[in-house]
Design a protein around this ligand. Structure first.
Ligand SMILES: [Zn+2]
Length: 481
């Protein structure tokens, strides 16, 4: 029960709708803003603005349940997220989605969960769960789910595959947005993807790609997380298309979440010289409007979801308020830690090195070329190299006909994904137009002990186009994130 006592905050008030910043006092009671009173002539050294909303983040990547994620995120000014429970759904199915909804509801932070659209993300995955069109439609019917999450099987959308279109149609019937996920898609292909009802994309890693998608009617989520870092490439959009942009992390590992969340996007965006109202709109107004979220935007009658920060050049969040309650102050979370009953029964058996052995062949081999700071990768075709015998002895990897690295050996040599198969030690340059995007289980960079890229048919799934614009021959592995 919210207190009826009137609370007041004075400061420079950021009005994103009127695009002005003015001195004033915000008054609220019962968690709702009752009055905003200008105080002309008064000078304040702090700003009051709407709280931040991460427009796309998988809470699971923080390795925390939602209630614990909230404890850390509010310190950085986060009052809400748009979250895809894809990771847990991929393993636990509906039970996983239910767990996220239940646990998230215990926290004042506004988790806005969507329905995972592609479970499993690829036909190669054996995580265990499947969410078909009927299950997706049932989830979309629930009022507590707000949208259809990233449609990463974009080739199926381009082909207008019935199962994919049934999921999208179920969302559209209920007026719920459909999120996109189409790394590298350009031009007519991007337009065809958007025309199916896809409204956003958070996978752009080049400016021209983002512009193509904006031209197709999509909104762009500028992502800067633990694995994928696209801020620098997309920052020019803040000047040219600020009303079409939002900020997101996608995946934020616990070490980074301790240090920052969207406050870092805002700091970096302000440092580019972008208009402060545009920057703050990308962090709050734009996702709230796009997804129709029940999150306050610092207007009379809105929920009191707001932050107090100091500085513009080196913005620091001092207070975070959710529904009129102070949830973080001066870098400390005021939310209690809640006991959580784990939802999963993860029983992985130990793996042996032999399970990661691949047959050597005299011909060229397919090798994943990782790109630092990106989820997209090169698809390299390299000849097996001759390696010093001692190299193999120390790693226990041998073969009779030719030699090439195990994934663990590969990863040990470099976090940049050196080309062990060719024997060279070069870091791949930024991705060309032909590239693939690996799942987390395929990325030597993010999972150093993951299996090596298979050279068998597992990377050439039937049904994937070999010539989709911007995603040509290498783009055979579906991905998540
Ligand atoms: Zn994602």
């Amino acid at each position: 029960m919210k207190t009826a006592q009137v609370q007041r905050l004075a400061g420079n008030i950021v009005d994103l709708h009127a695009r002005r910043i003015f001195p004033g006092v915000v008054e609220w009671s019962g968690g709702v803003i009752r009055r905003i009173v200008p105080t002309p002539g008064r000078r304040y050294d702090r700003q009051i603005a709407p709280g931040f909303v991460d427009a796309h983040i998988h809470i699971e990547s923080s390795m925390l349940p939602p209630s614990e994620f909230a404890r850390l995120a509010v310190v950085h000014g986060t009052v809400a997220t748009v979250s895809d429970p894809h990771e847990i759904a991929n393993v636990l199915g509906l039970a996983g989605v239910d767990f996220m909804l239940r646990d998230g509801a215990r926290s004042p932070l506004r988790f806005n969960f969507g329905v995972p659209s592609c479970v499993p993300a690829t036909t190669f995955e054996t995580a265990g769960a499947v969410l078909g069109p009927a299950a997706v439609a049932r989830l979309l019917a629930r009022p507590e789910v707000h949208y259809l999450s990233e449609f990463m099987n974009f080739p199926a959308v381009l082909k207008r595959a019935p199962e994919a279109m049934a999921k999208i149609e179920a969302a559209r019937r209920r007026g719920k947005p459909v999120d996109g996920h189409a790394p590298g898609l350009r031009g007519a292909a991007a337009a065809r993807y958007a025309a199916a009802g896809i409204t956003t994309d958070h996978e752009c890693f080049t400016l021209p790609e983002a512009r193509d998608k904006i031209a197709a009617g999509m909104k762009i989520l500028i992502r800067e997380g633990s694995a994928a870092k696209n801020f620098d490439a997309l920052a020019p959009l803040l000047r040219t298309h600020p009303d079409r942009c939002m900020f997101c992390c996608d995946d934020l590992h616990p070490d980074l979440l301790l240090r920052r969340h969207l406050d870092e996007h805002v700091r970096r965006a302000l440092a580019t010289g972008a208009d402060p109202c545009d920057v703050l709109a990308c962090a709050s107004l734009n996702p709230v409007v796009h997804y129709g979220l029940d999150v306050g935007l610092l207007r009379e009658g809105d929920p009191a979801d707001l932050i107090v920060f100091t500085g513009w050049k080196n913005l620091r969040v001092r207070q975070t308020w959710v529904r009129g309650d102070l949830v973080a102050r001066e870098g400390r979370s005021l939310l209690p830690r809640l006991p959580v009953q784990p939802a999963n029964r993860f029983r992985a058996r130990p793996r042996t090195a032999d399970e990661f052995r691949v047959p050597a062949r005299p011909s060229r081999l397919s090798v994943i070329g990782a790109v630092n700071g990106q989820l997209v990768t090169h698809h390299l075709r390299l000849r097996p190299a001759s390696w010093p015998a001692r190299w193999w002895r120390t790693r226990g990897a041998t073969c009779s006909r030719s030699r090439w690295s195990t994934a663990t050996g590969h990863a040990r040599r470099s976090r940049l994904g050196l080309c062990a198969a060719s024997g060279c030690a070069r870091a791949p340059s930024p991705p060309p137009s032909h590239m693939t995007r690996t799942t987390s289980s395929q990325s030597a960079r993010t999972t150093p002990h993951s299996p090596p890229p298979s050279i068998s048919s597992s990377r050439t799934a039937a049904g994937w186009p070999s010539s989709a614009a911007g995603a040509r021959r290498c783009c055979r592995c579906r991905s998540r994130d």
